[in-house]
Design a protein around this ligand. Structure first.
Ligand SMILES: Nc1ncnc2c1ncn2[C@@H]1O[C@H](COP(=O)(O)OP(=O)(O)O)[C@@H](O)[C@H]1O
Ligand SMILES: [Mg+2]
Length: 161
């Protein structure tokens, strides 16, 4: 089936601009939503995830789940599943039962998502964070599927810069 695809670009001149994007998306999410993050080490994937968690009401500290692969948090009315799949082997992926998260009651953010592309639901919001020097980040956003495509359209209408 042909998926609808839309793109947007969010230029973050400061960390606060990255936080603002996460807050905007947090206002739109519902259970079963997926954000697939990519970008080099230090790009801001975890920072974005922390801002998202804060925005949906997760209390306490959200750290990088590099060694645990998945951490579960409780937001206000919505669980948050934070994954870092950098070290995930295919055997582990089977054991973890990723689909239970992707199609579960919460919202999932995956760091290094492109490493497990074939395990991700087709419909997702992809965010590719590029470090352009200093605090400047170029966040390339691709919405795959009608729902996420609409988010990109909305971001473009806001004039995402
Ligand atoms: N515009 C920005 N967006 C996100 N993080 C930023 C920005 N500017 C500076 N930073 C800093 O860059 C670092 C990003 O680290 P982190 O989120 O752990 O990266 P990653 O998870 O991609 O490896 C943090 O120390 C954060 O404070
Ligand atoms: Mg990280």
């Amino acid at each position: 089936m042909q998926q609808q695809v839309e793109q947007a670009i969010w230029l973050a001149h400061t960390e606060q601009d990255t936080v603002a994007l996460a807050q905007k998306l947090a206002a739109w999410v519902k259970p079963g939503d997926l954000m697939a993050l990519d970008g080099d080490l230090g790009a801001g994937k975890t920072r974005f995830s922390q801002a998202f968690a804060g925005a949906i009401g997760v209390k306490g500290i959200v750290n990088s789940p590099t060694f645990t692969i998945i951490k579960e948090y409780e937001g206000e009315g919505l669980p948050f599943y934070h994954m870092d799949v950098y070290r995930l082997s295919s055997e582990e992926a089977d054991e973890l039962g990723l689909d239970d998260y992707f199609y579960g009651d919460g919202v999932t953010i995956v760091e290094w998502a492109s490493l497990i592309k074939e395990l991700l639901p087709t419909e997702r919001l992809e965010l590719n964070i590029e470090h352009l020097g200093g605090d400047l980040r170029r966040i390339g956003i691709t919405g795959i599927g009608e729902r996420y495509a609409a988010w990109c359209k909305a971001l473009n209408e806001i004039g995402a810069e």
